[in-house]
Write a protein that binds this ligand. Structure first.
Ligand SMILES: O=P(O)(O)OC[C@H]1O[C@H](O)[C@H](O)[C@@H](O)[C@@H]1O
Length: 290
């Protein structure tokens, strides 16, 4: 962090100091109104809790903190492709920005006490993703959490980008929750080779659930002890995921903790992916509150 960005409420720390597992540089943002922990790798929020509220994000007790590996929990940003790369499935799942270091390019306290942080990632073009692009990811921390993404295609041709904020929310017991706000919406079932079905009532999680809702509504509610509300703008895809017990047993950083979280992810993937012309920018935002 450069000196001019150093503010009294942001502190450099690392995963050894906070979680007893050395490996990643972290930022701790603490004010009387909230606490946030952010990994510089991936600009990944790991924790966010407003004063007098329950934690907004789930971080796996079995999370690993290794450079080049996504941390299980919080909000990894999947980009420039979401999920398995459809052209070359041997490429890393969920793109490349979640496992790369980002730069903190802005930090300011706003009137009223919210803090705004801007993280920037610039990709020069590589074998894994040919097109150069730039992302500016703004987090506004306060009573609520507000996320904003601006993506600029720096290639000289039109490029497809698919992406999502892969948000992990804490729940009492995943088998007892309901997600509202996706009723009467079609989805692609990732546990059934992306076959198309229709979600009629509220979404429940009796076992493994991995669904991609295209052209989804802008507002969801996760009904758990302290309900969580999501409001998005220009995020047309919602992906809902919990691995259930069998798949979780194969994920060392989830394992028997699968019942403690649900992912309700927002972005633009599959049919909603962005096609950006040379030099074109696109923006989206997400508001999360509990
Ligand atoms: O284990 P990861 O690479 O972080 O992916 C975790 C999950 O992300 C999304 O929710 C996908 O829809 C799932 O298919 C995937 O398993």
């Amino acid at each position: 962090m450069s000196d001019q960005l150093q503010t009294s409420f942001i502190r450099d720390t690392d995963s050894g100091a906070l979680y007893g597992k050395p490996g990643l540089d972290l930022l701790l943002v603490q004010t009387p109104r909230y606490r946030a922990v952010i990994a510089k790798q991936g600009a990944q929020l790991l924790e966010f809790q407003a004063a007098d509220r329950e934690p907004l994000l789930w971080l796996s007790p079995k999370a690993q903190f290794e450079p080049g590996k996504a941390v299980r929990g919080g909000i990894p940003l999947c980009l420039p492709w979401f999920g398995i790369n459809r052209v070359d499935p041997t490429k890393p799942k969920h793109g490349l920005v979640r496992t790369q270091p980002w730069q903190l390019t802005g930090a300011k306290e706003l009137p009223g006490g919210d803090v705004e942080l801007v993280f920037t990632f610039r990709h020069d073009g590589s074998e894994v993703f040919e097109a150069p692009f730039r992302c500016d990811f703004t987090m506004r921390l306060g009573r609520e959490l507000q996320l904003h993404l601006r993506l600029e295609n720096l290639a000289e041709k039109t490029v497809e980008y698919s992406w999502a904020w892969h948000t992990y929310f804490p729940v009492e017991s995943v088998r007892e929750i309901e997600v509202h706000g996706l009723e009467h919406t079609d989805y692609l079932d990732n546990t059934r080779e992306l076959a198309r079905f229709r979600q009629e009532g509220p979404l429940t999680f009796p076992g493994e659930v991995d669904r991609v809702f295209e052209n989804a509504p802008a507002h969801q509610q996760i009904l758990t002890r302290a309900p969580i509300h999501t409001h998005s703008d220009n995020c047309h895809s919602v992906i809902t995921w919990n691995p259930g017990p069998e798949l979780a047993a194969t994920l060392a950083d989830v394992d028997d903790h699968y019942g403690e979280f649900v992912c309700v992810e927002h972005g633009n993937a599959f049919a909603d992916s962005w096609q950006l012309a040379p030099g074109e920018r696109a923006e989206a935002s997400l508001l999360l509150q509990r």
